[in-house]
Design a protein. Structure first.
Length: 132
């Protein structure tokens, strides 16, 4: 049921809605990461694993459609191919959704990169891990 009040959801409400959407499509190991107010990237990350590329695409399509229908929100466009390399990013400003195949998720370990202790150098760590 769509929100007809025209209000924009808070980050927690949006993240929880996205988690439900991912769970409805059998997303695996769904995690919500609270990045904190001092972070300029987003307030929250939702990280979810898919068991295959088609599953990844289905998760992304379901989340985008449901968020658009509920609040008329669209993810910010991302450069490159959607889902290329087993990773889809849906950027809703305050909430950034990372949908990945299990292999990609294990390789990049976003939960470890964005833990409170590691936040200050997370971007540098990610850059070092990214194959060129």
């Amino acid at each position: 049921m769509a929100d007809t009040t025209g209000r924009r959801p808070g980050a927690e409400e949006l993240a929880d809605f996205i988690i439900k959407c991912a769970d409805d499509r059998k997303g695996e190991k769904i995690t919500k990461l609270v990045l904190g107010e001092e972070n300029s990237v987003a307030d929250l990350f939702v990280v979810c694993s898919a068991n295959s590329q088609p599953h990844l695409n289905a998760l992304a399509g379901n989340i985008e459609r449901a968020v658009r229908e509920q609040w008329n929100l669209r993810a910010r466009p991302q450069p490159g191919e959607t889902g290329a390399g087993g990773w889809v990013v849906l950027d809703y400003n305050d909430v950034v959704v990372h949908l990945m195949t299990s292999e990609v998720r294990d390789r990049y370990n976003l939960e470890g990169l964005w833990s409170r202790a590691d936040q200050s150098d997370s971007i540098e760590k990610l850059a070092r891990m990214t194959p060129r």
